[in-house]
Write a protein that binds this ligand. Structure first.
Ligand SMILES: [Zn+2]
Ligand SMILES: [Zn+2]
Length: 417
């Protein structure tokens, strides 16, 4: 990719950054992606899973490779002070690309341009510009809109997420890489009344208190010490006055797990405890459960990661490939892979200015610098444009070619440590 193309992609990135859109409102972003892909020769379908875009380029017989970028931004007021900082709002809500999805869109458009210009590959590229990752709903919406029925089941799902590790570093991990996240709203129904006459009521405040205490025994008493789960009650709402016993109480829970069996066990235990506490309180109405969002864990396939690491090592030897460990953050790209029954290879793209990391060679020193940088979702999150775009394009292109170029993945070099 030449300097003119990179400069053009940097302009695209700054434009996307200045025009963030909330989940399922990515109309402008989707329009830009659709126009760019059509100009590159891709067959484009818009409005997939509401605001998603699918672009297809097919050349002869070969594997189907799904390349995914998410498009949505966050309700965050940008404080970076950059000259391309967002001042956009949705109603009263300030908006910002605080998770770097603008970088994902830019890098995927760049990679699709590179791949379209190359003629040594065979197969099918299915480019997925996905809405609503932040609310855990966009991947599912695209699957339910027939993503795999209409464009085929992919042989691999590939994608990347920018993060505040130095530009020039790629985080590649086999196995579970991002936690599963489930958010629930639970409503406990009692029977309200005067605060002076509790004997005529079923008090949902007491019910909620008992539920919260008991929920904390799930991780400590039901999950093995060798397994990992986090259960947080992040919100509790009941009543408005000191002398009124309310009719209901609402709890909101966040649950993080790395293993599907552990996840199912925690979710089942939550429901069992909530129902049992309601019964113990003598509630005559069953509690209500609502899933606010649900992300499965992202499990990277061992063979796919081996192939990817070999390709990165061979074609991008100037980059450092490290195992970043499993992170408790979540990503709905796992839904695409799970629903397709396809291996997933999803990596972390370093996007931080490498300057503060100069001379830091130990993992501890690098982690110490990273800890001082704004994280994803911070109003100060600001990936460095160069070289992040160039590396993001190179990583996606290299990854796709590891499947699409005949012979490329069959004899991998030894994986980069
Ligand atoms: Zn995010
Ligand atoms: Zn994100």
């Amino acid at each position: 990719m030449n300097d003119a193309m990179l400069a053009e992609l940097a302009d695209l990135y700054r434009d996307l950054h200045a025009h963030p859109e909330l989940s399922f409102e990515e109309v402008r972003t989707a329009g830009i992606a659709g126009d760019r892909l059509r100009a590159l020769g891709y067959t484009v379908t818009e409005g997939v899973g509401r605001t998603g875009v699918v672009g297809v380029l097919e050349r002869g017989d070969g594997p189907t490779v799904l390349l995914r970028a998410d498009m949505d931004a966050l309700p965050v007021e940008e404080k970076t002070g950059l000259d391309y900082a967002s001042t956009a709002r949705s109603g009263d809500t300030p908006l910002m690309h605080a998770c770097g999805h603008d970088m994902h869109v830019t890098a995927l458009i760049g990679a699709l341009g590179v791949l379209a210009s190359q003629h040594d590959w065979a197969g099918k590229i299915v480019a997925v510009f996905q809405p609503a990752e932040e609310v855990g709903a966009g991947a599912r919406a695209m699957v339910e809109d027939g993503l795999f029925d209409r464009w085929g089941t992919p042989d691999v799902v590939l994608g990347q997420h920018v993060a505040p590790i130095p530009a020039g570093v790629l985080g590649v991990r086999s196995g579970v890489s991002f936690a599963a996240a489930d958010a629930l709203r639970i409503t406990l129904y009692g029977r309200g009344g005067h605060g002076s006459r509790p004997e005529t009521t079923v008090d949902p405040v007491i019910m909620a208190a008992a539920v919260i205490q008991r929920l904390q025994t799930i991780v400590s008493r039901e999950i093995a010490g060798s397994d990992v789960a986090v259960l947080t009650v992040g919100a509790i709402h009941a009543g408005d006055a000191a002398n009124i016993i309310p009719d209901s109480a609402e709890l909101r829970l966040s649950i993080r797990t790395f293993d599907e069996a552990v996840r199912e066990k925690v979710l089942a235990a939550v429901e069992r405890i909530v129902r049992a506490e309601a019964a113990a309180a003598g509630a005559d109405r069953e509690p209500a459960f609502e899933t606010l969002h649900s992300f499965p864990a992202v499990r990277n396939d061992e063979a796919a990661i081996g192939r990817l690491s070999a390709a990165f090592g061979e074609h991008l030897p100037e980059l450092l490939v490290v195992d970043p460990g499993a992170v408790t953050g979540s990503e709905d790209v796992g839904i695409l892979a799970l629903e397709a029954g396809a291996p997933c290879a999803y990596w972390i793209l370093g996007g931080a200015d490498p300057a503060p990391f100069a001379g830091k060679s130990s993992a501890e020193d690098i982690a110490a610098v990273t800890a001082t940088l704004p994280s994803n979702h911070s109003p100060l999150f600001a990936p460095i444009i160069d070289p992040t775009i160039r590396i993001g394009v190179g990583a996606l292109t290299t990854a796709a070619r590891a499947w699409l170029v005949p012979g490329e993945g069959s004899a991998p070099a030894s994986p980069t440590p």
